[in-house]
Design a protein around this ligand. Structure first.
Ligand code: DGY
Length: 322
């Protein structure tokens, strides 16, 4: 029997075509997010559900009678939208798509860093509005990036890709915080120093980029207290998950200091972001574009297919997180 799969959102055409060749597919041609009831229903009708970050598989959604689903194969590396313990209780395997998006997500973090430091969003808005009065020595001065210190919170694959680009491309000094000890070789390639506390990283970094997982364990890791201890004039970059930062405290810090700006690709309660962000000129705001390149989105889809193929061949998928 060909396994039945439900794909919760539209995927790149090339990947949907391959899926169709191997599986009995139900696609979401409308590409609107599924409700909790629709997600639960999918679990009763498909052998595999192919999810994304917009599908909140909490304990209530997962706790359905007569579930048929044996694997939730997630399109994305982050999986804090899936209650892993509830999935395990139902004996559902969960997989993600690491590696293939590390470079593009780090590229986007670097984009945000440069935009925030060099006031690129502000400049573009001024120009498009017809308000540019011409070149002058004091016009829209930003902060220099080359040679500054970058603090990285979470030194996994994406954090390391970011360090590589910042150090080798922009001669930045790198300090990192990571829950476990980082192998010396992984620090040496970018001449990085691992510091014992987040506070130490925040106190000395000109830029801080977040690359840790989301979820309850890191909720408001960047708290009001930690924001208030960031280096005056520094910048916070978040391409991880919205919940990692206390957004109320961040808005206050963007209005009153000590930080000079922020570059944000992720938010609490996406896509309904806190409206106060839009009024802050020193915030660069992007709509969760970290992995959004054609190459990477295709690779993410292929990685899901490889996980599915392994699972239905009776093997443990390489990217199982359960
Ligand atoms: C990821 O891969 O985690 C992206 O943020 C999309 O979910």
């Amino acid at each position: 029997m060909t396994p039945k799969i439900i794909v919760t959102r539209r995927w790149p055409e090339q990947v949907e075509t391959i899926l169709q060749q191997h599986y009995d597919c139900e696609f979401n041609t409308a590409d609107t997010p599924l409700s909790s009831a629709q997600l639960s229903d999918a679990l009763t009708r498909a052998d595999a559900v192919l999810s994304t970050v917009t599908d909140k598989f909490d304990a209530d959604v997962l706790n359905v009678d007569n579930h048929q689903t044996k694997i939730i194969a997630n399109f994305g590396v982050g999986f804090s939208h899936i209650d892993i313990n509830a999935a395990k209780a139902k004996k559902i395997t969960v997989t993600n798509t690491p590696d293939v998006l590390s470079d593009c997500t780090a590229d986007l973090a670097m984009t945000l860093l440069l935009m925030a430091a060099r006031r690129a969003g502000e400049g573009e808005r001024e120009l498009r509005a017809g308000d540019w009065s011409g070149w002058r020595p004091t016009h829209m001065m930003g902060s220099k990036v080359t040679g500054k210190k970058l603090g990285i919170i979470g030194y996994g694959r994406i954090g390391r890709a970011m360090a590589h680009k910042a150090h080798h491309g922009f001669s930045m000094d790198i300090v990192v915080h990571n829950r476990s000890a980082v192998p010396a070789a992984a620090l040496a390639t970018v001449n990085a120093t691992q510091l014992p506390t987040i506070e130490a990283v925040l106190a000395e970094s000109d830029f801080v980029s977040l690359h840790c997982p989301g979820g309850d364990e890191n909720k408001h890791l960047i708290s009001q207290k930690r924001l208030s201890n960031m280096k005056p004039g520094s910048f916070l970059i978040n391409t991880a998950r919205g919940e990692v930062v206390d957004e109320n405290a961040l808005i206050n810090a963007l209005e009153n200091g000590p930080i000079a700006g922020a570059g944000l690709d992720v938010f609490d309660n996406e896509p309904n972001i806190d409206k106060r962000f839009s009024g802050l000129p020193n915030a660069v705001l992007l709509p969760h574009l970290g992995s959004a390149t054609t190459e990477t989105r295709n690779d993410m889809g292929l990685r899901v297919i490889s996980n599915l193929n392994e699972f239905f061949a009776g093997k443990k998928p390489a990217d199982s997180v359960t």
